[in-house]
Design a protein around this ligand. Sequence first.
Ligand SMILES: Cc1ncc(COP(=O)(O)O)c(C=O)c1O
Length: 382
Amino acid sequence: MKSRISRRNFLLGSSAVVAAGAMQGIPGTPLSPPLNLMKSAFGQGNIAMPDTMIRMNSNENPWGPSRAALRAINAAVEEANLYTYFLSGEISELIGSQQNIAPEHISVGAGSSEILKLGGLLASMNEGSIVVPDPTFEDLPRYAGANGSEVIRVPVNDNLETDLEAMASAVRRDTKLIYICNPNNPIPSIVEKNALRDFVLEMSRDRMVFVDEAYHEFVDDPEYGTMMGLVRDGHQNIIVARTASKIHGLAGLRVGFGFSHPDLAAEINRRMTGTVNIIGMRAALASYRDMEHSNFVLRKNKEALDITQGYFREAGIRHINSAANFTFVETGHDIDEVQARFMEHNIRVGRPFPPYRNWMRLSMAKPDEMRYFVQTYEKLYG
Ligand SMILES: Cc1ncc(COP(=O)(O)O)c(C=O)c1O
């Protein structure tokens, strides 16, 4: 039984009252449709149900693209007749200069999912296995499995963290790739940077190591470190992936990046099946030049996490302290039921992640929306 303490004061906290005053203007971003919930005041302890469903299920960016990206998208509509190869150089140069890495290391995919799948494809071109944490993001393992790899799943440890030692032990002579998602998904924990670096260097001697850093920009933990430096230093067999879908809010336009040794990048590029369309290219070019929007999203994500995880903390509800834009919480109730009950309140929460049937993955929406979530959670399960 979890300990329960009064949360009324938390719900009526000063930040809530301030936030209830006005929908904030968002620098570089269009005002999103008002939720129609703020006027009804925390002061009375009751936020009205919003008119539309709030998406807390897919780790999307609730703020949308930046204004700069939206302008670029509008202008790019006029270029819809053009193939995009003339922009490939520009985008690799831009991303390369920001990451301090030569463009030959970079692959541009239709979302980082495409890079993940190509990693899975390369691994499965010769018979063998891949090693992945369990649970984790499924795009790479599922694709490698569909192409003939045996997928060896290594359960996370008791703290629900990726277990590097167990993963190293699971590696076989026929293992062609190890996948590390850092921060992981659906469990937003990180792997400590020095341990990970040693692991990646050691393991990549004889097989590929794929480090998925989709949530890199959100991480605020000194224990975390990107593995980009290993690619930059010329190490082979290492792929790092990043995406424009998360902090840049461009998930619907499908733009992602792979970073690897130029030989491996060439292998990946040769097998690419999609191409990024011109609207996605233009939007990404504009968005990656716009730090203001990313910083804004970062701040708001932190605020949303503070509200949500602050509530869980006060209520003594077990959750994984997030290094990303979602959290993972043990509700103590079957997730099918939890989903259904939140749907009745116009909140869509994450799907089941077996065997964690009593846990819920919860993507951060806007702070006001998270306050409404907290109020609803309290009502349903408090
Ligand atoms: C860990 C992880 N990697 C990759 C992706 C795919 O992102 P993209 O939109 O770039 O394909 C996601 C999407 O949710 C994710 O959670």
